[in-house]
Design a protein around this ligand. Sequence first.
Ligand code: EPU
Length: 420
Amino acid sequence: MDKLIVGGGSRLEGVVTAGGSKNAALALMAGAVLADGVVTLRNVPRIGDIKTMVELLNGLGAVTRWADDHTVTIDASEIHNLEAPYELVRKMRASFCVLGPLLARFGFARVPVPGGCDIGARPVNFHVEGLRKLGADLHVEHGIYSAECEKLIGAPIYLDFPSAGATQHLMTAAVLARGVTVIENCATEPEVAALAAFLISLGARVEGAGTTTLTVEGVERLGGGECEVIPDRLEAGTMAIGAAITNGDVVIERARPDQMRATITKLREAGVDVAVDGTSIRVSSKGRPKAIEIKTNPHPGFPTDMQQLFAALLCTADGTSVITENIYESRFRYVNELNRMGGDIRVGGRSAVITGVPMLTSAPVTATDLRAGAALICAALAADGETELSGLEHIDRGYEDIVGKFTGLGARIRREPEPD
Ligand code: EPU
């Protein structure tokens, strides 16, 4: 596997474009299983997780092809295999979300218990209980969920926690159910609203997207259609941290600042200048950031996926910051790596106390998951010397050409094969 060599000390400057959202695109692709017609998705990021989803859909019998660099067409009309293979589902949790659409459309599906980034226990009980409420006969045996039904029937569903994945999954199952499904305490993430808009464009009846109650009135069939994937708020946030941590001046174009309010607010609180102009965000910074407090929460709260990136930034802050992680039980595994670079982070329970240091130092480090990898790149950009970063397979899952994007802004990063 390759490693990255990241030279510290360059100030990031220039213009970068946000790509399409990984998490939105994955949900749309799982939703495309419902369509009896060709679906065209534009602005799809060319990343590892999307490649896995393409393989999964093709394995089910859909015909998926790249029409150009960022456009995927999916024809799910000929799906004939209703079993998702373990090798693909273990790689990526989002692949579990084909279970509901397969079940809703064909009355049967078998999907293994999912894997994904190692950021703590990630059960699928809300997904499973919700599908059962819709009438699925669902059981797990030898690590595989088997589900069947004659026809899903709309039902009231209350989520104990506003899970993004469960909201998306149950919405896709409910669109072909008979009758009305109301999902309460559902997630309001932009990726959930994007999925609802996509399903509506295919003929679904969904109301309340972006609020905590979704109402889905089942229809007989969904047809084909087209959709542009929303910009990746987490990639844009990563570029913003890169700019802030290097005292740079970067304009991020084709972003959705309205979907990044908590991130922008916390950057400003830390003393970073953020100017919003339509779909561009200019991030510039001088001197050390201020120490701040962050608590992750479901949208519109501060996103857990930006937590690790802010930790990197706050390692260089003037003062002591506290980050409290309320979404995942153990999303602090990256802390050892930042500390190896001279960071001073202590974790107790769900909180990390970060005492800022004037300068991080280079060290060999390993990405423990996707966002941890991005955080380590940002830390390395601000460190004294050259950092060697391993574990790139995590970063490749979710960032398209992160090296090209950062080097385009003046960073010194190269990718090298790592000897076995
Ligand atoms: N949860 C349960 N039971 C469930 C489902 C979720 O207990 O059945 C818990 C989870 O364990 C977690 C919390 O609920 O503690 C929230 O999980 P959620 O279901 O919202 O997360 P997800 O849908 O699995 C998506 C993103 C994640 C992002 C979270 C939170 C995708 C493919 N993944 O995961 O993205 O962290 O929402 O916003 O959409 C990333 O991009 O790096 C990433 C991990």
